[in-house]
Design a protein around this ligand. Structure first.
Ligand SMILES: [Zn+2]
Length: 624
């Protein structure tokens, strides 16, 4: 039946390895680097001392083209995602362009309030992943434990967060949010690190703040005006203190960096770096927040040392309401594609039933903001699955599909013929063989007929609120099936093009084992079986003895990657794509940062201008 062969396409390898930190750039990466604008040039303007009020040339490109067409003819395949964005009316055209810094300040204050209004009906997903730090003599600050928060945040007037996880780590949150809770007890629920989506939700104005123009600076492709923001005397506690970057066309804030002050006695405000993306015409929506505390220099004893990434996505999700749900019952999502008009045979009926369950689950998880819509990353995943299938002569009645779970914890599961793998797991895998290894375990479940999902073919089982998704869906196998799937997976790998590269998989499993005791939250799965239990990596354990010993001092040994290096999520429509980054040479053991969180540095671009990965377009299966 199958006429196609497995492939290691050069393009696939580039796509999977380009984002990785490489000990040395490889020749295959050249096409990628060539397509990248020089990152150094983005800061070229930084040092220019601009103290004068804004000059004509600074505003020159701003003839208010804010409402650029939502679809540009030249845009590539992944741009249509933006058509789903509604076009909130930015209405900057009514106002004259600011000619003085004072007018710029007035404008971005007004734009900030406009953003709050535009987003006030939204309930995006907020995820915070936090690693407590301890000092390691060789590796510097390393994770000692970790915490995970996931919920939906209501961007309306009263900020509320609905938690997806039943057992939140309230202790940690309340300790850190002590100051906020005291001050804003009535107005704010503890909302953790999503606090800094705005500088000041209620009083961002000249009465409460001083604004000082600093300089112009490029963030990515976007020219910005930089202002320091300080609270005025007696303006109250917990005011924003820091810096904002304001883009110079519509004068929206695109980045905030700082903390809150003054802190009440015995409480604590942490520092945050908050980034926004121009995902809808005229507005920049809060997308990433990095937080970090702690000082490991000699003689300093810090009680709190941590780093945390907060990601916001799912702005375009439907508001989760009971009324909504009842109207969303689907009669049937399975098309009758049988060649004749006959009734289904018993086996055929069973398969249709399973597909209905699979479609229900995938659709429900997507609607809850937990799964990315089908996209470019799936093409890469499916190519790897295909390599395993073809070389093992696996011929299933329906093709295996893949989808990306949008969350950080390292997890895979399968429902029907769909394999789901988390964003965090794809991020940390060092190479294609390791990706094949984690996918092979789920493919083995499918091949062995370990189908769990058929109860979800009943549509009433899809009727639950988004925040109780984890309580209502689950795809954990019994231990016997896990063992059988691991065994089968090894067979599949040994027969595959990845057979010669399983040393890398062994190395990855060793790296995971070395951190498993500290990264309990990252290894806690919410839908599938965990990779490790009680601090011991159990998944594919037959491979864990393969490969060289883990050696931090060996700079060319990259066993696992930091989080965030491979998958980029569009916070508006949840689409996932491979990150394009230039490989950066590792110069010390501290550069490896396996499984760790790092600051965000997204390359900012204006709406419609962010052309997307030409590298993935080249991945279309062709020949060979
Ligand atoms: Zn399993």
């Amino acid at each position: 039946m199958r006429t196609w062969k497995w492939m290691f396409t050069a393009a696939l390898l580039v796509a999977v390895s380009a984002a990785a930190q490489q000990p040395a750039p490889q020749s295959a990466d050249k096409t990628v680097t060539a397509a990248q604008p020089d990152p150094v040039s983005s800061t070229a303007d930084v040092t220019r001392p601009v103290t004068a009020p804004i000059t004509a040339d600074a505003t020159q490109p701003a003839e208010t083209p804010a409402q650029q067409p939502s679809v540009t003819p030249s845009s590539t395949a992944s741009t249509p995602s933006q058509t789903s964005a509604p076009a909130p009316v930015p209405a900057p055209s009514a106002l004259p362009q600011p000619t003085t810094m004072d007018q710029v300040v007035d404008r971005f204050i007004e734009r900030e309030h406009g953003l709050m209004k535009v987003l006030s009906t939204r309930t995006p997903v907020v995820e915070t992943y936090l690693q407590d730090l301890t000092a390691d003599p060789q590796l510097g600050p390393v994770p000692s434990s970790d915490h995970y928060f996931l919920g939906r945040i209501d961007m309306g007037e009263t900020v509320d967060r609905k938690d997806y996880l039943k057992e939140q780590d309230k202790g940690m949150e309340e300790r850190l949010m002590g100051g906020f809770k005291k001050l804003y007890k009535v107005q704010y629920q503890p909302m953790g690190f999503s606090w800094m989506v705005y500088a000041d939700r209620t009083d961002f104005d000249r009465t409460h703040y001083e604004f000082h123009y600093i300089r112009r600076e490029f963030l990515g492709d976007v020219r910005c005006l930089v202002f320091d923001v300080t609270p005025k005397k007696n303006s109250g506690r917990g005011r924003f203190l820091g810096r904002v970057w304001v883009e110079d066309q519509d004068f929206n804030i695109v980045r905030l960096n700082g903390t809150y002050a003054p802190a009440p006695r015995n409480s604590y405000f942490f520092h945050m770096d908050s980034w926004r993306l121009n995902l809808i015409p005229g507005y920049w929506v809060p997308s990433f927040i990095y937080s970090e505390e702690g000082d490991f220099s000699a003689g300093i004893k810090n009680k709190i040392a941590f780093k945390a990434q907060t990601r916001i996505w799912g702005y375009d999700l439907k508001k989760d309401g009971k009324d909504d749900e009842l109207t969303q019952i689907r009669v049937d999502s399975v098309k009758d594609e049988s060649p004749t008009a006959q009734d289904a045979s018993p086996l055929q009926a069973e398969r249709e039933w399973q597909q209905q369950a699979e479609d229900n689950v995938i659709e429900r998880l997507t609607r809850a903001g937990l799964l990315a819509p089908e996209g470019d990353v799936d093409k890469i995943l499916q190519t790897v699955v295909n390599n395993l299938e073809v070389t093992n002569n696996i011929d299933l009645p329906r093709p295996v599909r893949t989808r990306v779970l949008l969350t950080a914890p390292l997890e895979t599961f399968s429902v029907g013929n769909t394999i789901v793998i988390s964003r965090g797991l794809i991020d940390v895998l060092p190479d294609e063989a390791s990706l094949a290894a984690v996918l092979s375990h789920e493919l083995a479940h499918i091949v062995l007929g370990h189908n769990l999902g058929s109860k979800y073919a009943f549509n009433d089982r899809m009727l639950f609120s988004d925040d109780s998704t984890y309580a209502n869906l689950g795809f954990k196998h019994i231990p016997e099936e896990e063992t059988a799937a691991d065994k089968k997976a090894i067979d599949l790998l040994n027969n595959s093009p990845y057979a010669q590269k399983l040393d890398n998989v062994g190395l990855f499993l060793k790296a995971l084992q070395s951190r498993a005791g500290q990264l309990n939250a990252l290894l806690t799965t919410h839908l599938g079986n965990p990779l490790a239990e009680n601090g011991t990596v159990s998944r594919l354990s037959a491979l864990s003895s393969k490969g060289p010993a883990l050696d931090n001092a060996k700079l060319d040994q990259v066993a696992a990657l930091p989080l965030g290096g491979r998958i980029k999520i569009n916070p508006w429509d949840d689409k996932a794509e491979m990150v394009k980054t230039v490989p950066v040479a590792i110069t010390s053991a501290r550069d490896k940062m396996p499984f760790e969180v790092t600051p965000f540095y997204p390359r900012l671009a204006r709406y419609g201008a962010n052309s997307t990965s030409p590298t993935t377009a080249a991945n279309a299966p062709s020949g060979n």
